[in-house]
Design a protein around this ligand. Structure first.
Ligand SMILES: Cc1cc2nc3c(=O)[nH]c(=O)nc-3n(C[C@H](O)[C@H](O)[C@H](O)COP(=O)(O)OP(=O)(O)OC[C@H]3O[C@@H](n4cnc5c(N)ncnc54)[C@H](O)[C@@H]3O)c2cc1C
Length: 422
């Protein structure tokens, strides 16, 4: 809270500074950045003497319309893409994607469907209709298979719909040692395949997938945070069955630097925010509502059947008419398949009213904000915990105060400029 007051004070001083300068900014034609219809406020922001202007985001408490909580299904060795035979049924697994399920969905489905095709079925079942199940189902249809999707819930009710919706392919996806060096190659294959598949949705009506500018902001020079192993922490995944420090998490994103836009430092003039340091990158985002609409549309157009059904044990898979099944049950596989290597990693998102004229993302003091067409997502993380935040926590109740605190931290970034009226 003290930190917030400090930032707020800085914001007040800066607003005082802005008095008298906005007229000049407006004359620079910066208002052109905003569509005429939506906002009555000045379209410019935020710091004086800047060449770049953005529409401020309304970061007030009244704009907060939802807080959603969800569990990331982390597997130390990376997603389970292995198989089991139950009775006369081949079950190919596709679960355990941690914080990267959306991002890796196509590449992971490609591997799972490839395994299914190897036994030459005409029809298959997919169990689970989160992002992994629905993508696997459509992928199998594109390969010519008849598909029945069985699930307790359709995608809008799943954990997948409680994610944030960015391309984050190596977010808590594996632990370096248990996954081993070979996982890097599998990950890269999935990430590259997915990236290419998502690009086929760019520019479609409803914008299921699109890019926006993402600003990383800081009061101090921006450096890449490294988490060295802390020798004082003696436990690890190997000794306790779950990670105990950040240095255990695997990072693979450097492998795809050649295709994913990297952050560039901004000069003071280019930085539209009232903070000293800024970097900008282009970020791929997923709009859940339109993406689900497009995917379900393709699934049903291709003749897919959806059956709402609960599974209680692996034996239920063998009772299905289809003898090849892709199992995409996410975190639920921990109990359903007794896979205790699935580790819960709790996370939550706050959702503000969409503001399409303010279409960009921000990360400042461990709070991230992503402006999407389906809402403005806010996540408040903890600088001291890093990827350990939520590890081992399977409690899926939202903590609204945590999101409110995130809004307070971000709020000074979006203070509207003071307009001198003549
Ligand atoms: C806060 C947060 C933010 C995230 N943000 C991102 C992001 O920006 N980008 C990204 O790539 N990933 C993100 N993730 C991770 C992503 O949400 C998950 O990796 C992904 O949702 C996993 O999808 P899934 O299809 O495997 O599982 P789920 O979405 O859980 O789907 C499981 C399906 O199986 C069905 N099912 C389960 N058990 C049974 C049963 N017994 N009988 C019948 N049906 C059953 C369910 O009904 C459901 O249809 C985020 C996660 C969190 C927590």
């Amino acid at each position: 809270m003290a930190e917030f007051r400090q930032v707020e004070q800085a914001g007040v001083e800066r607003r005082a500074m802005l008095k008298g300068t906005l007229g000049a900014a407006a004359m620079m034609g910066l208002q052109a950045c905003a569509p005429a219809a939506r906002t009555e406020r000045p379209a410019t922001m935020m710091a004086p003497g800047r060449k770049t202007a953005l529409v401020p985001i309304r970061i007030t408490r009244d704009q907060l319309i939802d807080v959603k909580c969800c569990i990331r299904p982390l597997r130390a060795a990376g997603p389970n893409l292995g198989s089991d035979v139950v009775g006369d049924t081949l079950v190919i697994h596709n679960y355990g994607h941690g914080g990267s399920g959306w991002s890796l969905s196509w590449g992971s489905a490609d591997i799972a469907v490839g395994k299914a095709l190897s036994v030459l079925p005409r029809e298959i079942a997919v169990v689970g209709c989160g992002i992994i199940g629905l993508t696997s189902a459509v992928m199998a249809q594109r390969a010519g298979l008849k598909v029945t999707l069985y699930a307790r819930e359709s995608i809008q009710q799943t954990r997948s719909f409680r994610a944030s919706g960015s391309f984050t392919p190596d977010s808590r996806v594996a632990l370096t040692d248990p996954a081993g060096p070979a996982f890097g190659d599998v990950w890269e294959r999935m990430a590259r395949f997915s990236w290419k598949a998502f690009r086929t949705y760019l520019g479609l009506p409803g914008h299921p997938v699109e890019f926006n500018d993402s600003y990383q902001l800081s009061d101090t020079p921006i450096t890449r945070r490294v988490w060295p192993a802390d020798p004082a922490i003696t436990q690890s995944f190997a000794t306790s069955g779950r990670p105990r420090q950040n240095s255990e998490f695997g990072h693979y994103s450097d492998r795809i630097r050649d295709i994913v836009p990297q952050a560039q430092p901004l000069s003071d003039e280019e930085n539209p925010f009232p903070v000293a340091h800024a970097r900008r990158s282009s970020h791929m985002i997923f709009n859940f509502a339109s993406y689900a609409h497009v995917m379900l549309g393709e699934f049903f157009e291709r003749g897919g059947q959806f059956v709402m059904k609960d599974f209680y044990s692996p034996a239920d898979y063998a009772a299905l008419a289809e003898k090849v099944v892709i199992n995409c049950t996410g975190y639920a596989a921990r109990d359903l398949w007794q896979d205790k290597t699935v580790i819960p990693v709790r996370g939550q998102t706050g959702w503000l009213v969409p503001q399409p004229e303010a279409f960009y993302s921000v990360r400042y003091r461990n709070v991230s904000l992503t402006s999407k067409r389906d809402g403005i997502v806010v996540m408040n993380t903890n600088p001291d915990l890093g990827e350990m935040l939520g590890v081992g926590d399977s409690m899926e109740l939202p903590n609204v105060a945590d999101i409110e605190q995130g809004l307070e931290i971000l709020s000074p970034l979006f203070s509207p400029p003071v307009v001198e009226r003549s």
